[in-house]
Design a protein around this ligand. Structure first.
Ligand SMILES: *Cc1c(COP(=O)(O)O)cnc(C)c1O
Length: 419
């Protein structure tokens, strides 16, 4: 008997159905592998060009003057993302921290910020300070903020033509985050960049690249973005980097951000890491493969959930711009069961039972699954949901496809299926 049946208690009928679904998904899987191959060979070539060697992996201490590992890591990232320069640091604690750092580094009194992809990711509310007064927010420091709403869930290119003239820094968010909209494709980012550059050549185009890296063959810098930001416990860390984030883009902008990161006049000259840089190099090397695993898992989940009568987004055959998969599960019981099965089929803390809880700062109760090696790493199979209608579950990651497959099969078998 199949190990899915003997050890995961999935019925032989469902195992057979899963096999049929995998055959049906062949065109989608082959497309992912094609993108993976191109991205993987590009990353490998960047390693060769940068002459990466064991001394770059060493631990460093103190000020970190002449930290060649740190400096190599940044030139490697810059090359991979086709940027003039980059900052890659374990000391940047999260994607939100990197976004704050970059935005603060580029903002002065009077800077006009425009979010061109509608409302930004939740954690940016504190950074910008547009929802309520936040001490030290960009608005508190003298910036202004405008939001260009999406039009039919897509970028409003017409509106952007006008709004771009009145903005100094224009933000685009590649991933859908927790919104009910498709993620931005790099071709759409390019279209936006072209419009912005012809309307206002001085505007800085800023892309929140979280969850988007290596999903497509092109990255936003190639499309015309001036600065991109992402987390290393998401795509670009390949499931290996233990912490950190990166910022890549125009040299003069990276310099301003570096002055904000440490101190004006010092910038990137300092910063050591006693843990050593090995996992960051390994992580970015593995990232195209890891992202491909996560995408295959998401597509499998989407197809299976659809066959069982739930409503996934994106659908299995839609073009993807990020690794997030959402699914409408119709009631609380399904939501809780789904989340518990994701946790139960995880390598770490599989024995833990997720419960809905009142998370600080959220209106509704939230339930989460995160059986991950690295705390909060959402490139590993993980997911969460607010307990409210229409009972949407947001899942992402999966550094190994077979884990995602087993988890999804356990979930659909356990859920009652009623709406
Ligand atoms: C995850 C994410 C962030 C914030 O990153 P954290 O590492 O969770 O702080 C910002 N924007 C988007 C689109 C994200 O997906």
């Amino acid at each position: 008997m199949n190990i899915l049946t003997t050890n995961y208690h999935i019925s032989p009928e469902l195992v057979k159905k899963a096999e049929e679904i995998e055959i049906a998904l062949k065109p989608q899987f082959e497309n992912i592998e094609k993108i993976q191959e191109k991205n993987q060979l590009w990353v490998l070539d960047c390693f060769r060009e940068e002459r990466i060697q064991p001394s770059h992996f060493a631990s460093t201490y103190g000020y970190g003057y002449d930290d060649t590992g740190r400096d190599k890591l940044k030139t490697l990232f810059a090359r991979i993302f086709k940027a003039e320069d980059a900052i890659v640091r374990p000391q940047i604690a999260s994607g939100t921290h990197a976004l704050a750092l970059a935005l603060q580094g580029l903002t002065r009194k009077g800077t006009r910020i425009l979010s061109a992809s509608g409302a930004p990711y939740d954690t940016l509310e504190g950074i910008i300070g547009h929802k309520k007064e936040v001490e030290g927010s960009l608005i508190d420091m003298g910036a202004t903020y405008t939001e260009l709403p999406l039009k039919n869930k897509r970028l409003d290119f017409e509106g952007l033509k006008t709004e771009a003239k009145n903005a100094d820094l224009i933000m685009l968010q590649r991933s859908r985050g927790y919104q009910d909209r498709p993620s931005l494709l790099v071709s759409e980012i390019k279209q936006a960049c072209d419009i912005i550059k012809s309307a206002n050549e001085n505007a800085i185009i800023f892309v929140d690249n979280c969850y988007g890296e290596f999903v497509e063959e092109m990255e936003p810098i190639e499309a015309g973005a001036d600065i991109i930001v992402g987390s290393l416990i998401k795509n670009a860390g390949g499931g290996i980097a233990p912490t950190g984030a990166y910022i890549a883009g125009k040299k003069e902008l990276i310099q301003k951000i570096a002055y904000r990161m440490t101190a004006p006049g010092i910038g990137e000259e300092v910063g050591s890491y006693a843990g050593g840089y090995l996992p960051f190099f390994q992580g970015i090397f593995l990232a195209p493969q890891t992202v491909a695993q996560a995408l295959k898992g998401a597509i499998f989940a989407s197809k299976v959930l659809e066959e069982f009568g739930y409503t996934p987004s994106p659908r299995y055959n839609e073009t993807r711009g990020c690794i997030i998969q959402s699914v409408c599960l119709y009631n609380k019981e399904n939501l809780v069961e789904f989340c518990r099965q994701i946790q139960a089929v995880s390598p770490v803390e599989a024995f833990v039972t997720p419960e809905p809880w009142a998370m600080p700062g959220y209106t509704d109760e939230v339930i989460m699954a995160a059986g991950t090696f690295i705390q909060g790493a959402s490139i590993e199979l993980s997911g969460d949901a607010p307990i409210r209608e229409p009972y949407m579950f947001y899942m992402q990651g999966g550094i190994v496809y077979h884990q995602v497959k087993a988890a999804i099969l356990c979930a659909v078998q356990k859920m009652k299926g009623d709406k």
